[in-house]
Design a protein. Structure first.
Lengths: 258, 268
């Protein structure tokens, strides 16, 4: 599908991005652009390239071909100012990756203090506000290992938001949680979407994707096979591969493709 | 209640059985015909009390040696460990140097290094190079133990999962910031027990520098032994070393137990 209305400024844009690990092509000429306030969900089987796409977009992995732009400026993982670019992007991982030696508050405050150079006070104030927003005000001084999976993941979301990123990248952030905890994390994301956060979400939660996304991209073998509104992708998928994937997902059960 | 009572009963049994065995050993050793000879040569009360102040006085040298050495080894070992962890290709020579350094000093007998540096280098009579045995004793202990300690640090750094560094970099922290605020704090916490272990070794090895003529506790004991043809001063020295090292080993055990508990129970 052609890029959406070129008039709008893309916040994040991937142009013909390819990435290989050894001889395996994991991303194959990916074209994707996110406008401000847009929520895009990446769906597809494990190994289809969703996580790699997010990591490349966050400049955690250099791309082998193609280009990535942030606010219309080309950026690359090997850039001298890649760290500055990463501060404008937030990413949340499937495995939380909280810092176990720091409290919830310190986890969130680290990047504002160290990477943005805020004073300890200002960083703590910002972090408290974020924790409160994510329903974790009471857990500010708790260490990660005393928190539930859902709470840990919400701390990770707060941490990713602490540098006030322009785009939030979410990599299957509910996959490591049991179903009861999934709801509280998805609820947090819904609130972010309502508040206008630009998000790129890799997910296996089809019902959530249908609910929150402005656009759905179906990935297979490192390619975006089909993209469109949730109504269209879930209602009348055009590509046989998309139809096949959705059929498999639905046969497994309510929106859980694992 | 029952648990407390059975615990008390267990302690009682342990005390009785230990006392019984100790008595049997004492009686059988004490009644053996050669015991008086052994006692006179190794455990003579008079030689003990006369040697104690002299050996304790000389032990001040051992304390100076290991305290100074530990202060120097902690940062030096860390620098070597970091040099070995740098992946930037421009720093390859530094990495190779650090690797050769640790391989060499971990692989060569300590006493050989002490001998070569302590006798060999001052014999060159190079201008400006100190000749004091204490200086060379300190240098060799620092060189040898920095190699061991750097490996401890390195193991600690490598035990921190790479996802931690990735998460830090994703937040916009530079490589150095990620190391400083995320990787090292976790690594250092994990290496405290093995570091203490190396320091116990270091404290004992301060006796090796006696070959350079540094009159520390062991050398002092040797002097007293030769003067009186009695080994008791050496036993006195052993006792002094134990007074220092046993509390450290106990502390180490406690730290290790706490570590295990934290890993199993998630307690903090």
């Amino acid at each position: 599908m052609a890029r959406t209305s070129t008039r709008d400024v893309a916040v994040l844009e991937l142009h013909n991005v390819s990435k290989r690990y050894g001889r395996t092509l994991v991303l194959d000429k990916i074209n994707l652009s996110l406008r401000e306030h847009e929520v895009v969900c990446l769906i597809g089987a494990s190994g289809s390239g969703k996580s790699t796409l997010l990591r490349c977009a966050d400049l955690l992995e250099p791309v082998d071909a193609g280009s990535i732009s942030l606010n219309g400026r080309a950026v690359h993982a090997d850039d001298r100012d890649a760290d500055a670019t990463r501060r404008q992007l937030g990413i949340v991982f499937q495995g939380f990756s909280l810092f176990p030696h720091l409290t919830a508050l310190e986890n969130v405050a680290l990047a504002p203090r160290v990477a943005l150079g805020l004073s300890a006070d200002a960083a703590a104030r910002r972090s408290r506000a974020l924790l409160k927003q994510l329903g974790l005000a009471a857990k500010a001084n708790a260490y990660p290992d005393s928190l539930s999976g859902g709470q840990q993941q919400r701390v990770a979301i707060a941490r990713a938001l602490a540098t006030e990123p322009k785009v939030l990248l979410l990599d299957e952030i509910t996959s490591a949680l049991d179903p009861v905890l999934v709801a509280e994390v998805l609820e947090a994301l819904r609130t972010l979407a309502t508040n206008g956060m630009t998000m790129l979400i890799a997910t296996h939660e089809m019902a959530f994707a249908a609910d929150v996304a402005d656009r759905i991209c179906y990935l297979e073998s490192g390619r975006i096979v089909e993209e469109g509104t949730p109504e269209r992708i879930f209602g009348s998928p055009r590509d046989a591969r998309t139809r096949g994937f959705l059929k498999r997902v639905r046969s497994v059960g309510a929106g859980n493709a694992r | 209640m029952t648990a407390a009572r059975s615990a008390r009963k267990g302690t009682l049994v342990a005390v009785i059985s230990t006392l019984a065995v100790a008595t049997i050993v004492a009686i059988s050793v004490g009644s053996s015909p050669s015991w008086p000879i052994v006692q006179k040569a190794f455990f003579d009360g008079t030689y003990f009390s006369t040697s104690l102040p002299e050996v304790v006085g000389a032990f001040a040298i051992n304390i100076q040696l290991f305290v100074l050495a530990e202060i120097l080894i902690l940062p030096l070992g860390l620098l070597i460990a970091l040099a070995r962890s740098i992946t930037n290709p421009a720093f390859t020579p530094l990495r190779i140097f650090a690797t050769i350094y640790t391989d060499f000093f971990r692989g060569v007998p300590s006493i050989l290094v002490i001998y070569v540096l302590g006798f060999g280098v001052p014999a060159l009579r190079l201008p400006g190079v100190p000749k004091e045995p204490f200086f060379w004793a300190l240098v060799t202990l620092v060189l040898i133990y920095s190699a061991y300690v750097s490996e401890v640090y390195r193991a600690g750094i490598e035990s921190v999962h790479p996802s931690q560094e990735r998460a830090a970099r994703a937040l916009g922290l530079t490589r150095v910031q990620a190391l400083r605020f995320v990787v090292l704090p976790q690594a250092l916490r994990r290496v405290v027990p093995p570091l203490l272990n190396d320091f116990i070794g270091l404290q004992k090895d301060t006796a090796l520098v006696s070959i350079l003529g540094v009159v520390e506790a062991f050398k002092q004991a040797q002097i007293l032994k030769s003067a009186n043809f009695n080994f008791t001063p050496l036993m006195t020295t052993a006792l002094i070393f134990l007074v220092i090292t046993i509390p450290m080993t106990r502390l180490l055990d406690r730290l290790a137990a706490k570590d295990r508990a934290a890993q199993q129970g998630g307690a903090r």
